[in-house]
Design a protein around this ligand. Structure first.
Ligand code: FCB
Length: 462
């Protein structure tokens, strides 16, 4: 008798029990209500109003009007089965003058949001700083001023005092690389300064603010404290060329080690310390700062979008967002790209996660942002965003592969729940798994949202 073969079972890639699934947003990108209930302008309000800075002069004045529609948005999250929602608080709502008294009405909004999330079984994950520094603090030096670090800690204390009984997971900063190097180096982000020394001073004060905020959060009873970094997988153009490898080392230093080593290894790596010194920013480092910065965290958030490739060259550099990068250049990669022009290669996420596991063991990881912008077309009540599904599927497979090889990865949050204000690109780029019609504020879950809901429902990929 011929052997009976069982029909092949669909291979489901299962994620560990308790894996946290969700989506992320940020205050300035979705809330709108820019002048309501005592909110003052942030550096992004100012930047958006500066001619030529943001695509078509778009601002976050209305954005997704989430400030008024948060109930509907939470219902949508629940329909999609999200277990975690990562949002950020707007500093200029909570402390309108940056450093002074707390504005209760500003905190009231997050209080309502958190209650709504919990009522729908969704765990809130709060980020203190996702780039909307009160303009009044920028007028006093912004992140080039040491005081700003202490003001962040005060914001942490005030926020955890109000929400800490219900919010378990806290993040100090989102992507300080962008705050420092795009905000003060290239000027592509608010406040739009172009000064390498200021960018490196900002690095130190952001890190110091992180450490002080960790301590304030713990003192306020926070249960899980984290930092979210946009880490890079930087590859050499020619892995056999020592000059290319040196270029990789510098860019890796700026994107990864200048943040990771102080937080997880107790101090700046030598080459980055030398870079701070070269631009005179090391004089901002005071005795004891590195101890504060190394205050233990419970979770490292990883935001990942694209791989990078660099090589050595003569008379080139990696631009003003990469101070000290003379002799290195980015190399175009022969890969498909998103609507941002960002190359797509999920193997880079796998490599990054394995590298973090090897070089920085012992800190649980979470993907706190991953996703892609595409030129979506709303057709009736449907957006057939197959490219985005492909992107998310590929990156989740990479996450799964890293998990299978021992990476301690606790969850995955898609960027973003909603189409929103994509910083200097305004509303021109759509990252949401839910489409937003900015004229009517109608939300339409894209095919990717339904696909993601299925993944969450089965805790796995088919
Ligand atoms: C990240 C930001 C987030 C969003 C995505 C596309 O750098 O943290 O706010 O803009 O990129």
């Amino acid at each position: 008798m011929a052997p009976r073969t069982r029909p092949a079972e669909p291979a489901v890639l299962r994620f560990p029990a308790g894996f946290r699934w969700g989506a992320a947003t940020a205050s300035y990108q979705i809330e709108g209500a820019a002048t309501e209930d005592g909110r003052t302008p942030s550096i992004w309000d100012t930047y958006a109003r500066t001619p030529g800075r943001v695509f078509q002069g778009h601002s976050g004045d209305v954005a997704c009007d989430h400030y008024h529609r948060y109930r509907d948005d939470v219902r949508l999250m629940a329909e999609l089965g999200l277990g975690t929602y990562r949002f950020s608080v707007a500093w200029p709502r909570i402390k309108p003058d940056g450093s002074g008294p707390v504005n209760a009405r500003g905190l009231d909004f997050y209080d309502r949001l958190v209650d709504e999330l919990l009522a729908h079984g969704i765990a809130p994950m709060a980020t203190l700083y996702h780039w909307d520094l009160p303009q009044v603090l920028e007028d006093r030096g912004g992140w080039t001023s040491r005081d700003t670090a202490y003001h962040l800690a005060d914001l942490a204390a005030a926020t955890v005092a109000r929400l800490g009984d219900r919010v378990a997971t806290w993040t100090t900063l989102n992507e300080p690389w962008c705050s420092a190097f795009l905000g003060y180096g290239s000027g592509d982000h608010a406040p739009g300064r172009q000064d390498p020394a200021a960018a490196l001073e900002a690095v130190h004060h952001l890190l110091l603010g992180h450490g002080l905020a960790v301590r304030a959060l713990r003192a306020g009873g926070a249960r899980e404290v984290s930092l979210t970094l946009n880490l890079a997988c930087v590859r050499p153009d020619d892995p056999a060329d020592p000059h290319d490898l040196a270029a990789v080392r510098h860019i890796d230093g700026l994107h990864n080690r200048i943040w990771l080593d102080p937080v997880l290894k107790g101090g700046y790596p030598q080459d980055m310390r030398a870079l701070l010194a070269r631009f005179g920013a090391d004089r901002k480092i005071q005795p004891g700062d590195e101890n504060v910065i190394a205050s233990p965290i419970d979770l490292l958030g990883v935001n990942f979008y694209q791989p990078s490739r660099v090589r050595a060259g003569v008379g080139v550099d990696c631009g003003p967002a990469n101070p000290g990068s003379e002799g290195c250049e980015y190399v175009p990669q022969d890969l498909p790209v998103t609507a941002m022009g960002w190359p797509v290669d999920a193997t880079a996420l796998y490599e990054l996660l394995m590298r973090l596991s090897t070089d920085y063991p012992g800190t649980p990881l979470m993907i706190t942002e991953n996703g892609a912008a595409y030129d979506d077309v709303l057709d009736g009540d449907r957006v057939a965003d197959t490219d985005r599904i492909g992107y998310l599927d590929g990156h989740l497979r990479a996450v799964h592969a890293a998990l299978s090889e021992g990476a301690d990865l606790r969850g995955y949050l898609a960027w973003s729940l909603l189409d929103n204000y994509e910083w200097a690109y305004g509303y021109g780029k759509r990252f949401g798994i839910v489409h937003v019609d900015y004229d009517t504020q109608r939300r339409t879950p894209k095919d990717s949202a339904r696909w993601f809901a299925d993944v969450i429902g089965r805790n796995g990929l088919c």
